[in-house]
Design a protein around this ligand. Structure first.
Ligand code: NAD
Length: 246
């Protein structure tokens, strides 16, 4: 990814952090976007101390004016944009009868609207740079339902749907794909019991929870020129979770 410029959202933690670090290690200059300034700046310092290029921009990915500012800061710093990883999320989980309206709206705003906003402002910048690749983080929730995940399932189903739409709208110079992680051990799992983790690991053919790096490597592939004939599709990274029938 030498001479390439990437933006990774939700990059202060988990899958986004692992992706930011990997893209930077592969030579890209990386704009680390998150609401958490302290952790985001720490990721930037880590990349820089490994000899990479990185910049932190605090932004709420659900707000158009802030996403626009992320693109402007990236262009001002490095003059181009090649890769966007739309990865940040927020979620409150409950059945439709229990879910608060505000929680539905915020889940859809941060987890789905952000993908539309990212493309809206990144695509023109990528076109100016000669093309690019967008990778959206969906989930196994993009494909199947989980009890109580009303808003999150809607958002992740939507992420996969608009990944296809955007691939059609923006090809051939911009490719758009999704990664669909299964159970990946990140800070999003903080507070879950050892029993639940063991049960999730035991459920999948891989017999372990995923690591953020497992997903980051899929994002790297889909955003690289090695995936030049791959667009409008998804790569499931779930240790075989969805291969099971029971
Ligand atoms: P994480 O909690 O470790 O990281 C999420 C990051 O997003 C945090 O740093 C948080 O501050 C940031 N964020 C939250 N709201 C934001 C906003 N409005 N604007 C900008 N940044 C914001 O989570 P993770 O597990 O690494 O999840 C990353 C992605 O992977 C998400 O899209 C999630 O839905 C998806 N995913 C995760 C798993 C899993 O098991 N961990 C499984 C499937 C899909």
């Amino acid at each position: 990814l030498t001479n390439k410029v990437a933006i990774v959202t939700g990059a202060a933690s988990g899958i986004g952090e692992a992706t930011a670090r990997l893209l930077a290690a592969e030579g890209a200059s990386v704009c680390v976007v998150d609401l958490d300034s302290e952790a985001g700046k720490e990721v930037v310092r880590g990349i820089q101390s490994d000899g990479g290029q990185a910049l932190f921009v605090r932004a709420d990915v659900g707000k158009g004016s802030q996403v626009k500012r992320v693109i402007e800061r990236t262009l001002k710093t490095w003059g181009r944009l090649d890769i966007l990883h739309n990865n940040a999320y927020w979620s409150r989980n409950a059945s439709a009868t229990e879910l608060d309206e505000k929680a539905w709206d915020r889940t859809l705003e941060v987890t789905l609207k952000s993908v539309y906003l990212g493309a809206k402002y990144a695509v023109p910048a990528m076109r100016e740079s000669g093309g690019g690749a967008i990778v959206n983080t969906g989930s196994v929730h993009s494909l199947v339902g989980f009890a109580g995940f009303t808003a999150y399932d809607a958002a992740k189903g939507g992420v996969l749907a608009i990944t296809r739409t955007m691939a059609i709208d923006f090809g051939p110079d911009i490719r758009v794909n999704a990664v669909l992680p299964g159970a990946i051990l990140t800070p999003a799992w903080d507070g879950t019991s050892k029993k639940l983790r063991n049960r999730c690991a035991d459920m999948v053919p891989a017999k372990r929870l995923g690591a953020p790096e497992d997903v980051a490597r899929a994002v790297l592939f889909l955003s690289s020129d090695e995936a030049s004939y791959i667009t409008g599709t998804s790569l499931t990274v779930d240790g075989g979770m969805l291969a099971r029938t029971e």
